[in-house]
Design a protein around this ligand. Structure first.
Ligand SMILES: [Zn+2]
Length: 289
């Protein structure tokens, strides 16, 4: 009598299978032309049982993935955006690559394709601050566009001060915090209803969000001169958070959507979200001198 085929035992995905699932969630054609997305380190044929997701491929997250026995580290940011000539242990990126290979941990990233995707970084930030946003491009009249930002209305107007508190409460804890900028002639009591967001460094959209009539724009990494010029010349308040924190909000959606895909395919997969804060800053002190 022949053994019946065991159809109940879960299958495992390979690195290449995960890559294919990532391409479904975050289509490569959504990526900006200068960007790099895909499998950075690893063997496409290797089986993956455990995945760690993080914003940054830095020594801290690589060390975590290795120490905690993950098969794959998925990050938002690429490890390399430009060509390199040296990959030895003399350099921090070389050390990361060596450590990943030696420990059979693959590294895969989804950057601006994930920023723009239907359930990507901009979507997650919009949801966290209380709007069901549409892409800037769609708001501007371009059909079925997906882009790096979202704009939408709060269920009711609130003061900028209260909205800023909502944003601070929605973002993960980190040393950077948020900065609030008020347009010339207004104060923190100004009402805000139309909200625009773009995770990470969003200063290239300052004109866009003002033209779309946003009362406030939530992004990160805003610099002195662009922010000052914007606040003196438009009606749109600014909230500048940490690059890491505004993008981290996407990681739970990534973990959920990949887990869901695995479940639907009868595949065993464990996904954890790295809580390692990879902001470049360690401490924030208001200056008082
Ligand atoms: Zn980023």
């Amino acid at each position: 009598m022949s053994e019946p085929m065991d159809t109940t035992s879960p299958q495992a995905w390979t690195v290449a299978d995960i890559q294919a699932q990532m391409n479904l969630l975050y289509p490569r054609e959504l990526a900006e032309s200068w960007d790099k997305n895909g499998l950075i380190v690893g063997d496409p044929h290797q089986e993956v049982k455990r995945i760690l997701v993080a914003v940054d491929p830095v020594p801290a997250t690589v060390a975590q993935a290795i120490a905690e026995n993950y098969d794959l580290l998925i990050t938002h940011h690429p490890l390399f955006l430009r060509g390199i000539n040296f990959l030895s242990r003399e350099f921090h990126k070389g050390r990361m690559v060596h450590d990943l290979i030696k420990n059979d941990v693959a590294l895969l990233n989804a950057h601006t394709n994930a920023d723009s995707a239907a359930r990507g970084v901009a979507w997650a930030l919009a949801k966290a601050v209380g709007i069901t946003g549409v892409p800037f491009e769609a708001q501007a009249g371009s059909e079925d566009a997906l882009g790096l930002g979202r704009i939408g209305k709060l269920s009711q107007p609130v003061s900028l001060e209260d909205f800023a508190k909502t944003v601070a409460a929605a973002l993960p804890a980190g040393p950077h915090g948020i900065f609030v900028g008020v347009p010339e002639g207004k104060d923190l009591s100004m009402p805000v209803e139309t909200v625009a967001v773009s995770g990470g460094s969003g200063d290239s959209f300052l004109d866009t969000v003002a033209n779309l009539g946003a009362d406030v724009y939530v992004t990160a990494d805003l610099r002195h001169h662009p922010a000052q010029d914007h606040l003196m010349s438009t009606e749109t308040a600014l909230i500048s958070g940490s690059h890491w924190a505004t993008e981290w909000l996407w990681l739970p959606a990534l973990a959920h959507d990949l887990e869901q895909a695995a479940l639907e395919n009868g595949v065993e997969l464990e996904i954890d979200i790295s809580a390692t804060v990879t902001e470049p800053w360690t401490q924030h002190l208001p200056t008082v001198g």
